[in-house]
Design a binder for this molecule. Structure first.
Ligand code: SF4
Ligand code: SF4
Length: 150
């Protein structure tokens, strides 16, 4: 049995009528894989991500955490809620509510480091650490504010 994008019982049987699981390279061309279980009755951007009725096909239901070797750690004490990281993250993995940065969605963050690059504070409010680093240990190693050269 091949494993791939449709390698779940729900996907293979319900949507494709397949008797066996199928892999990503066996999907019938042109098949429609809906992102949501039910028809949307309102603008989905008004529904919080964790409250959306995602279908099994939506990439939100899959974690990519195991792809990462380094991860961003967030330091609330320094953050100015500028939202730069939220705007630039290519995987929408910055969790923000009402323009307040809350943290990182580690299920979908791929560890690219873009959020760290665009963070404007001194020191940065996001820094990359090894995947195994505990948050408390990372925060204890946070650098001091850099003084401007005269
Ligand atoms: S490391 Fe990359 S994927 Fe993860 S939160 Fe930062 S910008 Fe997003
Ligand atoms: S870019 Fe930095 S300062 Fe701005 S919201 Fe993100 S963590 Fe906070």
């Amino acid at each position: 049995m091949s494993r791939g994008v449709l390698a779940t019982e729900k996907r293979g049987i319900r949507e494709l009528g397949a008797e066996e699981f199928v892999g990503w390279d066996e999907v019938t061309q042109g098949v429609i894989l809906p992102s949501f279980e039910s028809e949307l009755k309102e603008n989905v951007s008004h529904i919080r991500p964790e409250e959306r009725d995602y279908s099994d096909f939506n990439s939100y239901t899959a974690t990519v955490a195991s792809w990462r070797v380094i991860k961003p750690v967030y330091n609330r004490d320094i953050c100015i809620d500028c939202q730069n990281c939220w705007v630039w993250c290519p995987d929408t993995s910055i969790i923000s509510r009402d323009k307040q940065m809350l943290g990182i969605d580690y299920d979908h963050c791929k560890g690219c480091g873009v959020c760290v690059e665009v963070c404007p504070t001194n020191p940065k409010s996001l820094l990359m650490f090894g995947e195994a680093e505990e948050t408390e240990d990372a925060l204890a190693k946070w650098p001091e504010k850099k003084k401007k050269a005269k």
